[in-house]
Write a protein that binds this ligand. Structure first.
Ligand SMILES: C[S@@+](CC[C@H](N)C(=O)[O-])C[C@H]1O[C@@H](n2cnc3c(N)ncnc32)[C@H](O)[C@@H]1O
Length: 379
């Protein structure tokens, strides 16, 4: 069993005294079984097993200052070398550099997958593979209208990615909408709009839906919506847990206080369900990829800690998602110049972020006031 990942650095010049002292100081901050550095005048050996990389970065900076190192120094080199290690596991906030996938080894994995078959529920989908151009009059537009009506004006297979969050049906006070229908009426309409979204998605396009279930009504909207998408033969790519860390969430009743009869469960997170039409891979130009290595590494871990939107008062909308949520979804799942649709665009977070990151966009909402805000956010 490997104990450490080792990095060897040849020294072409002797370390300065402050640098030698800095290495000792750096060691003193760590359990040596997780991280240690040694030097013998010719080379430096860095042994790394498990570290919280963010803390490591802070410590390394502190030691640099403490030891009065020059700008270009050995701690910076060591930091850069550790950062280059692309494969590691993550456990309790630490990067594990060795033995992190032992328990996951399955013998002949590929062959077994081949025999079992992948996403069986999406076979015989009948999707046409030929994609179409979005007519120019819909490009970079905010349209005020009912998505069920407006989407019917688009051709099949012309949108790269849908990112949206449907009206919740929580009884929220939207500007001109009724957010309090019977659940069957609500889902019937929502599913019709989702069917239109699926129709206009390109083959290989993605449908990404942010859902907050109404736990107090025992309505698992995220499951019902996913079930519908699966019934329509989309491939379930995965689910992101959006951790909002809002421990003072409005819903504070206990149900049956201190009794198993019917306690309420409380949630500080929402779900992001991700589906693909026809295939998991999305083609695009290499030059149109805009996600950095660090962003990629952090965001493929499917729990995103992002605070709820703070500007809802400013934009006068009761249920917005934050810009950074959209940024992650767009950079992770689309290319620059792709066409992004939000059929429940609200105050225009999706369209503002799409525009900021060089995607083309189309946003639809029934409210004139929200559409006006969405347009203003593009300026
Ligand atoms: C949860 S909000 C979306 C907020 C948006 N993500 C933002 O950050 O501003 C849902 C939006 O759907 C809109 N809406 C409801 N029914 C609609 C329909 N049939 N067609 C288009 N928009 C609709 C509501 O006006 C509301 O703004």
């Amino acid at each position: 069993m490997e104990l450490f990942k080792e990095i060897k650095l040849n020294l072409d010049k002797q370390l300065t005294r402050p640098e030698k002292y800095a290495l000792k100081t750096l060691n003193s901050y760590f359990n040596l079984q997780n991280f240690n550095v040694t030097e013998n005048g010719k080379e430096i050996t860095v042994k790394v097993r498990a570290i919280d990389f963010q803390k490591y970065s802070l410590i390394s900076n502190t030691v640099e200052v403490e030891c009065g190192l020059e700008n270009d120094n050995i701690l910076k080199t060591i930091y850069a070398e550790i950062e280059k290690i692309g494969s590691y596991g993550i456990k309790s906030g630490k990067r594990l550099y060795v033995n992190y996938n032992n328990e996951r080894k399955v013998k002949n994995r590929k062959e077994k997958v081949g025999r079992r078959g992948k996403y069986f529920y999406a076979s015989n989908n009948g999707f046409i593979q030929e994609n179409n151009l979005l007519p120019i009059q819909f490009e970079n537009q905010i349209i005020c209208g009912d998505s069920l009506v407006e989407l019917q004006k688009l051709p099949d297979n012309c949108i790269d990615l849908v990112f949206t969050s449907p009206p919740y049906n929580f009884g929220l006070e939207y500007e001109d909408g009724d957010d309090n229908h019977n659940w069957d009426v609500y889902f019937k309409k929502l599913f019709c709009i989702l069917d239109e979204c699926i129709r206009v998605l390109k083959y290989g396009g993605r449908l990404i839906i942010n859902v907050q279930p109404l736990f107090s009504d025992y309505i698992p909207s995220h499951h019902l919506i996913s079930q519908h998408c699966i019934k329509r033969k989309l491939i379930w790519k995965g689910e992101v847990l959006w951790e909002k860390n809002n421990y003072n969430c409005k819903y504070t009743a206990w149900g049956s206080w201190k009794s198993p009869s019917s306690p309420y469960l409380k949630y500080t997170w929402e779900f992001i369900e991700i589906f693909c039409k026809g295939e998991l891979k999305k083609t695009g130009e290499k030059d149109n990829i805009d996600i950095s290595a660090d962003e990629f590494k952090e965001w493929v871990v499917a729990k995103w800690s992002i605070a709820p939107e703070k500007k809802m008062k400013k934009y006068n909308h009761p249920a917005m998602f934050p810009e950074s949520l959209v940024e992650r979804a767009l950079k992770l799942f689309s290319y620059k110049d792709d066409i992004v649709l939000d059929p429940f665009n609200g105050a225009g977070t999706t369209t503002a972020v799409a525009s900021k990151f060089g995607r083309r966009f189309l946003g639809i909402d029934t409210s004139e006031q929200y559409c006006k805000t969405a347009k203003e956010r593009l300026e």
